[in-house]
Write a protein that binds this ligand. Structure first.
Ligand code: SAH
Ligand code: SF4
Length: 368
């Protein structure tokens, strides 16, 4: 089997070249060709000796995953369905804004953590994505956007994708090694050269992995909080039973010692009548009181049989005002790409569930 060079960060590529009896600096050249210029044909790599190009062509490939479907929303949001083998697929979303372009990347086929309001969690889990499947989403989106209307005229050197968020399908910290390697490629100046502030990882709160990330690759951190107390969080974000709020808050404080920004972003999905009362907002202020933070309120995006409703606009405003009056910066996430099911929590892809979650779930019609 030829090795896929998209699976390697620069250090691993240097090791690969060393084993081939080549100079390690070849790694930097190859990173530039693959990631900076998006070239996957060794023949085009003109500053690499022909003999080495021929050798590489025999034993290596540069193979991004295949795109099965590309959709464009009325608001310019784009979504790609990426093949992940044996009937599986994951989704990648590009969100254009005036001052930036954000790519939302998936890390797993499905998710094993079963948050009750999340469409990905509902579908169960199949497997972790490989490094080439993770970084391949950025590679493919770059290629596709360079050819897309409205982007093909950008001045040379202008970045279409200026920010990456690990907020697609899956829990990125549950696929730790592959996600960290892929993020190292995002940050590598020879590859995508994104600053650590422009790469954000969102986690539901895997405390030991947060501590490792702080040492290995401290990018901007978002934490999916969604509830102000353990009783409610145990119910809607079940990983809370393992890593309760007190431990999670302490891990956030530790993370900030190395983080590229001086705050953690707390994401809070607004579920009507579940977590959106005045009392919940006040409790939330107490829970986070020792962590420098910003809030991102996410109006719940419905999906079939979710059993939840989006909070009423006036309740979201009331909740926001309480946090703001306490001196916090609060943003309410605008829903983007709803017409193509690209909004937060709507990413479904195609998951051949191995956990049998879908079978275990009691249909809502029977419950009510
Ligand atoms: N697994 C990671 C990252 C992926 S989810 C995490 O949970 O943080 C990205 C964000 O969308 C998370 O904050 C998640 O809780 C939120 N989300 C999930 N389902 C949602 C829905 N139906 N509506 C709005 N946001 C949702
Ligand atoms: Fe997994 Fe995140 Fe969805 Fe929870 S919200 S099920 S951790 S993808």
């Amino acid at each position: 089997m030829p090795v896929n060079l998209l699976d390697f960060n620069q250090a691993q590529l240097a090791e690969y070249f060393k084993n081939l009896g080549e100079k390690p600096f070849r790694a930097r050249q190859l990173m530039r060709w693959m990631h900076h210029f998006g070239v996957h044909d060794f023949g085009q790599m003109t500053d690499i000796a022909k003999s080495l190009r021929e050798k590489l062509a025999l034993e290596a490939t540069i193979t991004p995953p295949a795109v099965q479907l590309e959709q464009v929303s009325d608001d310019g949001t784009r979504k790609w369905l990426i093949a992940a083998g044996t009937g599986n697929g994951v989704e990648t979303v590009f969100i254009p804004e005036d001052d930036r372009g954000t790519l939302c990347i998936s890390s797993q086929v499905g998710c094993a953590l079963e948050c009750t309001f999340c469409s990905t969690g509902r579908q169960g889990f199949n497997r972790n994505l490989s490094v080439s499947e993770i970084i391949g989403q950025l590679w493919l989106a770059n290629q596709s956007l360079r050819q897309a209307d409205g982007y093909d005229m950008l001045p040379a050197g202008e970045r279409i994708i200026s920010n990456v968020v690990m907020m697609g399908m899956g829990e990125p910290l549950a696929n730790y090694d592959n996600v960290v390697t892929a993020m190292q490629i995002m940050l590598d100046d020879s590859a995508y050269g994104l600053s650590r502030r422009r790469v954000t990882l969102s986690t539901s709160g895997l405390v030991p992995a947060m501590d490792r990330l702080r040492e290995d690759c401290p990018v901007a951190l978002a934490v999916s909080l969604h509830a102000p107390n353990d009783a409610l969080r145990d119910e809607i974000v079940p990983i809370n039973k393992k890593y309760p709020l007190k431990e999670l808050m302490a891990a956030c404080q530790r993370y900030l010692e190395k983080a590229p920004r001086d705050f953690v972003t707390f994401e809070y999905v607004m579920l009507d009548g579940v977590n959106d009362s005045v009392e919940h907002a006040r409790q939330l202020l107490q829970t986070v009181r020792d962590v420098p933070c910003k809030f991102n309120l996410i109006p719940f995006n419905p999906f079939p049989d979710s059993g939840y409703l989006t909070s009423k606009t006036e309740n979201i405003r009331r909740f926001r005002d309480i946090l703001m009056q306490a001196g916090h910066v609060v943003t309410t996430r605008k829903t983007r790409g709803e017409d193509i099911d690209a909004a937060c929590g709507q990413l479904a892809g195609k998951v051949q569930d191995k956990t049998k979650r879908s079978a275990r779930r009691i249909p809502l019609e029977i419950v009510v």
